[in-house]
Design a protein around this ligand. Structure first.
Ligand code: TYD
Ligand code: MG
Length: 460
């Protein structure tokens, strides 16, 4: 006799627990567990048993095979028609891949995917499953964008059983589920949108994709806390996780590969949202510089290199006397804990204290910098704001700052310096290990420093 087992799944990290508890034992998040009904074990066993039975005596039963004898082919890829999207996917969409596209509501996920589905329809007939918009809204958007929609079918449906029935009949090459949060299965009593519903519905789609070789895009909204609802849970199940980022006021959007089985992680694609939808920005290297403000106090330009190309971005800091006994530390576009650590190093090894000041740091353009090369630019921007003196004109910086006040080199220094020189920057402050012996790259002077105190005096 089989009974459905109840598990409790953490919406932050996806860990399973046998009983409900206030805090996840794995990731220590509070109130993140929700109920999840696990399929009766016997059903799964039944399948395995019947599979074994059907293999018995057959020559093609799965066998242990020397890996070198297994025939394989390069994954075949289809272009999405948008170069920057292809770049983030690792060179186009792989057949049978399941890709999660996450981002804030309104950032442009539906727009991007409709454009891509329309372009790929010739090679991969698409099924656009919408749970949020009506069919006429989707069609209307397609028409407004001037997209050819031959070969694209749409379905307004949220029940995963019916979605898969339709898919089985139509046999599309590509399914878009917009959004995965609206999907639900009859097999669970939990409310649609709950972690268990999202996880189970996504799992069904993933299974379908792997069994049939269909490619799938899952659209996921990011919650206020910054994760896709039931976030980590989905990340494990899919082949690639792409996050769409951007500032609401800006028309630029950045798509980042957070995980990718078929390409480089942290690859960035840059788009601009216009009245004809999303356009790629193939040479984005300087679009995140905010015009004249780099000559203001509290600003430092850095060269980040996440993915495979360098990008100039501006780091801003505002340091101001705090009325609070516990001054504020706010970081936007970089990790808050890292900023707190950097301020401690600035005090201990740079002799610059901001203990009685509010400190705000912002990476311009809604972009997130996740690499440690941001350390030195943050501290130079903080110092510049505190002293109310701009950094020298045309100065850039990058480098990791260690807890003992040392400045460490970062990967691809040469590449970054060349990019800055190309854009007319005159002076770079970087780790000694990143500076060429000649002290120059093109017309740009490169100052290599070993200690934070040296970097600070170079900047003053
Ligand atoms: P959408 O793709 O619906 O976002 P998501 O699916 O991530 O919620 O994009 C919605 C926003 O994009 C909306 O604010 C309008 C804007 N937009 C344009 O500026 N130009 C366009 O051509 C389109 C289709 C949308
Ligand atoms: Mg949408």
């Amino acid at each position: 006799a089989s009974k459905a087992r109840t598990a409790y799944v953490c919406s932050e990290c996806g860990a399973d627990h046998n009983k409900w508890q206030g805090q996840c034992a794995e990731c220590h998040a509070w109130n993140s567990l929700s109920e999840f009904v696990v399929e009766p074990a016997s059903a799964a066993k039944g399948v395995a048993a019947s599979r074994r039975a059907s293999w018995a005596g057959k020559a093609d039963a799965p066998a242990v095979t020397p890996l070198k004898d297994v025939s394989h082919s390069e994954e075949s890829r289809v272009s999405t028609g948008i170069g920057e999207f292809d770049r983030v996917l690792g060179g186009g969409l792989v057949h049978g891949a399941v890709v999660l596209v996450g981002g804030d509501p309104g950032i442009g996920k539906s727009t991007l995917l409709l454009q891509a589905v329309s372009h790929m329809a010739g090679r991969l007939p698409g099924l656009y499953v919408t749970g949020e918009e009506s069919l006429s809204q989707v069609a209307g958007r397609g028409a407004r964008l001037g997209l050819p929609l031959d070969g694209v079918h749409a379905l307004a449906e949220t029940g995963i059983e019916r979605v898969l029935e339709h898919a089985a009949k139509m046999k599309p090459g590509l399914i878009v589920a917009d959004s995965v949060q609206t999907l639900w299965t009859e097999e669970l009593s939990a409310a649609p949108g709950s972690v268990s519903q999202v996880r189970e519905s996504a799992a069904r789609l993933v299974r379908y994709a792997k069994e049939t070789g269909t490619s799938v895009f899952l659209v996921g909204h990011v919650t206020k806390e910054g994760g896709i609802a039931g976030p980590r849970v989905l990340e494990h199940m899919v082949d690639a996780v792409l996050y769409f980022e951007g500032e609401s006021g800006s028309r630029f959007r950045v798509l980042r590969a957070f995980k990718n089985r078929f390409g480089a992680v942290n690859e960035l694609g840059v788009f601009a949202m216009g009245d004809k939808g999303l356009k790629e920005v193939p040479n984005p290297s300087a679009i995140f510089l905010s015009g004249g403000s780099t000559r203001q106090p509290g600003s430092c330009v850095m060269v980040t290199r996440e993915g495979t190309r360098p990008l100039l971005v501006e780091v801003q800091a505002l340091v101001d006397a705090s009325p609070l006994s516990n001054p504020r530390r706010v970081a936007v576009g970089m990790e808050g804990n890292r900023m707190a650590m950097l301020l401690a190093v600035l005090h201990r090894h740079g002799g610059v204290g901001v203990g009685d000041q509010d400190v705000f740091v912002n990476v311009v353009g809604g972009i997130r910098v996740q690499e440690t090369a941001v350390d030195l630019p943050v501290l130079l921007a903080v110092l510049s704001s505190l002293r109310d003196r701009p950094l020298g004109e045309g100065t850039i910086a990058f480098g990791e700052v260690g807890l003992s006040g040392e400045i460490r080199p970062v990967p691809n220094g040469e590449d970054r310096l060349k990019e800055a020189a190309t854009h007319g920057f005159k002076r770079a402050i970087v780790a000694k290990g990143n500076a060429p012996r000649s002290g120059r790259v093109g017309d740009m002077q490169v100052v290599g420093v070993e200690r934070l105190s040296d970097a600070l005096s170079e900047a003053e």
